[in-house]
Design a protein around this ligand. Structure first.
Ligand code: UDX
Length: 441
């Protein structure tokens, strides 16, 4: 099938190369011409395992990029909206990019629909949007622009609903494993009317996975409920961990045992510095925002966020308990990305920690295998080191913020510190000397 993908961020890029790998012809659309040129030259616009090889394999053959909506959409049967849905200042979802993409798609479809041969086209919302958005925001904007498009729209071919189908197909991709997750999903959810859902389902026909068919609102909620539940598991583990710490109990032993209960399951129970990334914090806050608009006070979801925001400050408190005044002390921060195997620092738990350390007058020496350049834009005054050993050299204390595997084998490197004081936010090391404090253990 011929597919247009609007937006070349994480979701758009992964979706584009994976559909090409599944045998479809893909055109990626972005208003940023630098990104378009990059993709056409075979250079990945994001850091993600598996993307370089797939891009190289398909670019110029089954995959290309353009900044021309009309060109992409006129030649496609399905268009995916994969643009960003950032949080507004109050945590509520900002739909401005989704709106403008919907208008542009509608205008492009107006031209396409002049010719009855190409009439039926399905628009798929893959961006994470609060329940109701596809039906109440995207669909009307597309129909309106198809109807009044510059070329007379679909005049003579019945209602816009006959020529444009709109569906919602959420993604559940983990950064760092997104290509694997796309190709081996545990669920595919498609919301919309039968004809539109059938069309989108055909795109996934070579993937062995049951398709959950539902309406658009439910598909949107499945995405929020999925992420909110995972975030809740993490905050739950952190809350139990904070209590365990006071009681001298190892929370990892506790979680490992309760994870054996098939009703609980062992994943996402790693207590520590909390969750970051482009999804969990934003999605939980967006659901809180939508619930509040509807007059419902989401007690549990608010607590999930609050626990998550307090974890990094707990680490700074543990540090101060151990070394006293932080001013003019050199603190090594190991790990800057929000999790391992990515250079993404969005909502990374290291950000509030570094901010607090700098506010208190510390010198921060940081190391991350991938994310230093991204963090430099946030904190230009941090000393960015080329190895964990360099960051630890002469440090008064060390804070471990990200679960990079290499931190697990650190040992003698700690001896280069002025004092061996380690505050571990990810249960990465065990030390038989100096001071070692786990955030929840
Ligand atoms: C997440 C979801 O997993 C994915 O399905 C969704 O579509 C996008 O959001 P991602 O943001 O890539 O994916 O990261 P994930 O691997 O889920 O981890 C999120 C955060 O939770 C990280 O900061 C990680 O360190 C933290 N985490 C994870 C914990 O603190 N404890 C855990 O047990 C698991």
């Amino acid at each position: 099938m011929n597919v247009a993908i609007i937006g070349t961020g994480y979701v758009g890029t992964v979706t584009g190369v994976c559909f090409a790998e599944l045998g479809h012809n893909v055109v990626c659309v972005d208003v940023d011409t630098a990104k378009v040129d990059q993709i056409n030259a075979g250079i990945p616009p994001i850091h993600e395992q598996g993307i370089p090889a797939l891009l190289k394999k398909h670019v110029g053959k089954r995959l290309r990029a353009t900044d021309d909506y009309n060109d992409a959409i006129l030649k496609s049967e399905v268009t995916f909206i994969c643009v960003g849905t950032p949080s507004g200042d109050d945590g509520r979802i900002d739909l401005s990019i989704v709106r403008s993409a919907s208008k542009s798609i509608g205008k492009a479809l107006a031209e396409r629909c002049v010719d009855a041969r190409y009439a039926y086209h399905v628009v798929v919302v893959k961006s994470t949007v609060v329940p109701g958005t596809t039906d109440d925001v995207v669909l009307p904007l597309i129909r309106e622009n198809v109807r009044y498009g510059g070329y007379g729209g679909y005049k003579g071919y019945g209602g816009a609903e006959e020529v444009v189908g709109v569906t919602m197909n959420p993604e559940f991709l983990r950064e760092g494993k997104a290509v694997h997750d796309f190709m081996n999903p545990d669920k595919i959810v498609i919301g919309g009317d039968i004809r539109a859902v059938d069309t989108v389902a055909r795109l996934y026909k070579n993937i062995l996975c049951e398709i959950t068919r539902t309406d658009t609102k439910t598909a949107e909620m499945i995405k929020y409920a999925n992420n909110s539940f995972l975030a809740t598991k993490i905050s739950f583990a952190n809350e139990i961990g904070n209590i365990c710490k006071k009681l001298g109990i190892d929370v990892y032993e506790v979680m490992s045992a309760i994870g054996k209960d098939f009703r609980i399951e062992g994943q996402f129970l790693n207590a520590g510095a909390g969750f970051g990334g482009s999804c969990f914090p934003k999605d939980v806050k967006a659901l809180i925002g939508r619930a509040s608009e509807l007059g419902y006070d989401p007690l549990l979801l608010n607590a999930v966020i609050r626990i998550n925001e307090e974890q990094p400050m707990r680490m700074v408190k543990l540090l101060a308990n151990r070394i006293g005044d932080i001013r003019n002390r050199r603190i090594a921060v190991l790990g800057l990305s929000f999790k391992n195997e990515t250079d993404d620092i969005r909502e990374s738990r290291s950000i509030p920690v570094i901010r607090e350390l700098l506010n208190r007058g510390a010198t921060v020496a940081a190391y991350d295998p991938l994310a230093s350049e991204n963090m430099r834009e946030v904190f230009p005054d941090v000393l960015y080191c080329d190895s964990a050993k360099d960051a630890l050299d002469g440090a008064d204390a060390c804070m471990i913020m990200t679960e990079w595997t290499e931190f697990g084998s650190l040992d003698r490197e700690f001896d280069a510190m002025r004092d061996v004081v380690v505050i571990d936010g990810r249960r990465m090391v065990s030390l038989d000397r100096g001071v070692y404090d786990g955030i929840c253990w």
